[in-house]
Design a protein around this ligand. Structure first.
Ligand code: ADP
Ligand code: MG
Length: 647
């Protein structure tokens, strides 16, 4: 196995091993021959005392220092202080017993407390580091350099230095440094780091090369379309790096909990040390019980395992090309039971086939007019019409009428392309088409020119996903398309409800109404493609953007991005959220329960400090192992997964 420990962690591990060995030697000799008795006399206890003190200082100096620093900084109660009080107290007790002429014992417990605490701490840092590097490794998309072609020569520069419009050369094996369009050459691209998709994608001239993907087979030249900080790779990295800010309710709860819990525990320990001692006069055993109590009450298992579980969940999701912007959204997704979908490009493929052209005069003129106007629009309808019309030059100035269509002006002419609403809004005289399908009406200079009927098919997986989501809640489809098309798709897919002919603002109103009607335990999840539905994405409890690849708007407005354009990622994300939440709850309940039992036992003097320290470190250990269970390689795929080609 490759050793991936950071230098700091490795040094710490060495220190722990050396000290542990020294401790075992001292402890074994002491138990075997009795160090104090071997020296004998009144000061015989000083030998074990100094030996254990050496061990203690070697392992505890940083904890002691942290506790002192925190006290000076005004932050009194944390686990460092608990451990210091407990171990120093144990030392004090042992010295007291020795001075009083009782058998010299208890030094080993003081050492053991800190030693095992340090082992637990080491394991925690290791686990956190591992899950963090897991995410950045999966997100290994940061390009190191770009080969920019200047004066006919390719020179290697940092991607930040490349301007829009420059030509870059991407050799096989290299990461695409910036988003841009392929101008020369064709190649296969590995998008796995971005989407989780294991099959490479073939792309050629005119296709969009996306930063963070890897060029596999042959060199291509790409015309840069976005600066580095606007490119997909940067956007995604920024998103992943900021994920820690959006904390889940459970996470915040634990932080607040630790804040009042620790002082409370110290207070109880103090009472436990004083009151029974005054009553019984047996100071030694009650102080000892109070110290054990302090050891076991250390909250680190909780404090660390909850964020760690969420982190593992976010990591697991990113393996499947699902970017979750913070633990809060994973927590909410677990509750989500109202799923609202945009239609075009979300439930349907967004690849429209033109099924009919109904011109007033000539069909080729109609198509050409529409294609010219749609040139600058990124709407799926626009893309399909342009594709059908083929090459076409356009100098149109474009106004997008969201949810209706486009208004283009070219050489003094105004071309309207859009739905019936758009025609009505501009007072164009025409009749609604009778065919079922999305009719795209075209008008030039206020005169109706005809319509183009386009049709979109539901995504292959849509029906199965809708059924899966219906099982645990309800599904709603909102669309700007007409009633007939909406009804057809809705019935075919089996969504619980649908609304048609909505403008983007109407979609917000619909979502508002659903939000107002939902119960306290419900959460609304809106799934869209990010094209003109940013307002709804932001308004919902969880905004999920589909096919985030290459769409900044979607990445920015949403809380969860499904990089691959596959709806099955949605139930998959929900399964991950569910397992994460379950593990978080298990850890909280388990840690609190075990601690409570040992606390009671130690208050009644049934346990000793050894048990206390194992209780504390053991619980932390198990909680961390449990948390890491979330981020396993497999286990989230649906029951009958599509066969995947292994690497
Ligand atoms: P959806 O809600 O299904 O995602 P949109 O809100 O994007 O749909 O669009 C609603 C309707 O507006 C479309 O069905 C189409 O009739 C019309 N429309 C929107 N943009 C365009 C465009 N660029 N070209 C033609 N029609 C458009
Ligand atoms: Mg849409």
């Amino acid at each position: 196995m490759k050793c991936q420990l950071s230098k700091k962690l490795r040094n710490n591990l060495i220190r722990i091993c050396v000290v542990l060995a020294a401790f075992v030697v001292v402890f074994a000799t002491d138990k075997a021959i009795g160090l104090a008795e071997a020296v004998g006399g009144k000061y015989g206890w000083l030998l074990p005392f100094f030996l254990y003190l050496g061990v203690y200082l070697a392992i505890a100096y940083d904890v002691l220092w942290k506790a002192v620093r925190n006290i000076l900084g005004g932050e009194l109660f944390d686990e460092n202080l608990l451990m210091c009080i407990a171990s120093l107290g144990a030392f004090g007790l042992a010295i007291f017993r020795s001075v009083k002429g009782m058998p010299a014992e208890g030094f080993e417990e003081a050492c053991a407390v800190i030693l095992f605490y340090q082992i637990g701490e080491f394991f925690q840092s290791y686990a956190v580091g591992k899950s963090r590097s897991g995410i950045s490794e999966l997100m290994d998309i940061r390009p190191d350099s770009a080969n920019v072609i200047r004066d006919g020569e390719a020179i290697s520069v940092s991607p930040e230095e490349v301007a829009i419009g420059e030509l870059i050369l991407i050799n096989p094996g290299e990461k695409v440094p910036l988003d841009g369009r392929i101008e020369e050459g064709a190649s296969s691209f590995d998008l796995r780091a971005l989407t989780g998709e294991s099959l490479p994608k073939d792309m050629g001239a005119g296709d969009m090369a996306i930063s963070g993907s890897v060029n596999l087979t042959s060199s291509v030249k790409v015309r840069v379309e976005k600066e580095f900080h606007d490119s997909t790779a940067s956007k995604i990295l920024e998103l992943v790096e900021n994920a820690a800010d959006k904390k889940a309710v459970a996470e915040n709860f634990i932080t607040r909990f630790a804040r009042f819990y620790t002082p409370a525990v110290v207070a109880v320990a103090l009472l436990l040390a004083i009151i029974p001692s005054v009553v019984t006069g047996d100071w030694i055993s009650w102080i000892y019980r109070a110290l054990s109590f302090l050891v076991v009450s250390c909250p680190c298992a909780l404090v660390i395992s909850v964020p760690l579980s969420f982190f593992a969940g976010i990591g697991a999701a990113s393996r499947y090309g699902i970017l979750v912007k913070g633990s809060a959204y994973l927590e909410r997704l677990n509750k989500a039971n109202i799923f609202v979908f945009d239609k075009t490009g979300t439930l349907t493929k967004g690849a429209f086939a033109v099924t009919k052209v109904v011109p007033e005069e000539r069909w080729d003129e109609l198509l050409h007019l529409a294609a010219m106007a749609e040139q600058g629009s990124s709407h799926p309808i626009a893309r399909s019409i342009c594709e059908l019309a083929g090459e076409c030059q356009s100098d149109c100035a474009l106004v997008n009428e969201a949810g209706m269509g486009v208004i283009a002006t070219s050489q003094g002419h105004e071309i309207l392309v859009g739905n019936f609403k758009l025609m009505q809004a501009h007072g164009i005289v025409c009749y609604p088409a009778e065919d079922v399908g999305t009719a795209v009406y075209v008008a030039k200079d206020g005169e109706y020119r005809g319509y183009i009927l386009v049709e979109d098919l539901p995504k292959d997986e849509a029906k199965e996903v809708v059924a899966a989501l219906n099982a645990s809640g309800k599904t709603v489809m909102l669309t700007g398309d007409n009633e007939a098309v909406a009804r057809k798709i809705a019935t075919e897919l089996g969504v619980s409800a649908y609304k048609a002919s909505l403008l983007p603002a109407d979609k917000v109103d619909e979502v508002e109404a659903l939000l107002a009607a939902k119960g306290k335990r419900d959460a609304l999840c809106y799934v869209g493609d990010g094209i003109n539905d940013a307002p709804v994405l932001m308004r919902s409890d969880i905004g999920v953007a589909m096919g985030g690849l290459g769409s900044d708007a979607a990445i920015e407005a949403s809380d969860i991005v499904l990089m691959k354009d596959d709806l099955r990622a949605l139930p998959l994300a929900k399964r991950i959220a569910k397992r994460t939440y379950a593990v978080v709850m298990q850890n909280i309940v388990f840690a609190l329960a075990v601690k409570l039992v040992i606390l009671l036992l130690s208050a009644f003097g049934i346990t000793n400090m050894w048990m206390a320290v194992f209780g504390d470190v053991g619980v932390a250990f198990l909680a961390i192992l449990n948390a890491m269970r979330v981020n396993t390689k497999r286990g989230y795929e649906a029951k009958s997964p599509k066969p995947k080609i292994a690497k």
